[in-house]
Design a protein around this ligand. Structure first.
Ligand code: CA
Ligand code: CA
Length: 229
């Protein structure tokens, strides 16, 4: 029993090892758009800049509305932390938030982020649109598609080339006519999709280790565990 537990302990970090190529994808370091945050803002002509907010409880969160921490089923390897970025602008000029990274290996990658529409902005008549672009690959939609006050995981797949520099660009565009819907974003990520070959190899190793542990266990004790289970 002890040996199979050890095998599991060794395998678990490998299974969860796909690291995030996006630095500060959860906005827990510095202030977005400022040096040291790893994120650049390109805003055009607009009324409101994106704001890095703190999750509930925080009175100033989204025009006074508390926002709960991201609880979506994200593929991001990063923790949620305490901060996200709130897009509230109504003008039709796109606001771009971008960061760069180098792909370590050629292959398939998951990319995405978490999205949330606060209740007060959701009542605005104008719809806003968002997208996340990674090289030739993009995901996105209308803020109305998010529903009100529910975190959702937005995700896509991209083929990347080793050694190439990539821009990950989030775009938010207000409705343009009067007030339009807002959104909060968090946990941006780009993470390698595990190769089926390596996962199968790992599982085979794990099964072999468990089999070995089972064979080494005294028969009487194994029978007792089976009966108890
Ligand atoms: Ca965060
Ligand atoms: Ca708005």
């Amino acid at each position: 029993m002890k040996k199979s537990l050890i095998a599991f302990t060794l395998a678990a970090p490998i299974l969860a090892s796909a690291s995030n190529l996006v630095q500060n994808g959860s906005f827990e370091v510095g202030t977005v758009g400022e040096p040291g945050s790893d994120w650049t803002l390109s805003e055009g002509i607009h009324l409101f800049s994106p704001v890095q907010i703190q999750y509930f409880p925080h009175p100033g969160a989204a025009f006074g509305e508390d926002v709960p921490a991201d609880d979506s089923a994200s593929l991001s390897p990063d923790p949620v932390g305490e901060h996200g970025v709130y897009f509230v602008d109504d003008t039709a000029a796109s606001i771009l938030m971008s960061t760069q990274f180098v792909a370590p290996e050629t292959g398939l990658y998951h990319f995405g982020f978490s999205a949330y529409a606060p209740a007060n902005g959701y009542t605005n008549p104008g719809d806003s649109v968002f997208s996340l672009t990674l090289g030739a690959f993009a995901i996105g939609g209308a803020v109305s598609s998010l529903g009100s006050t529910t975190w959702s995981a937005q995700s896509g797949l991209a083929d990347l080339v080793a050694g190439q520099n990539y821009n990950l660009v989030f775009s938010f565009t207000g409705g343009g006519l009067g007030s339009a819907k807002d959104m909060v974003v968090d946990r941006f990520y780009v993470a390698a999709v595990p190769e089926p070959g390596s996962a199968a190899l790992m599982l085979a190793g794990l099964t072999a280790a468990m089999g070995l542990a089972r064979r080494r266990r005294p028969a009487g004790r194994g029978a007792a565990i089976q009966a108890a289970g």
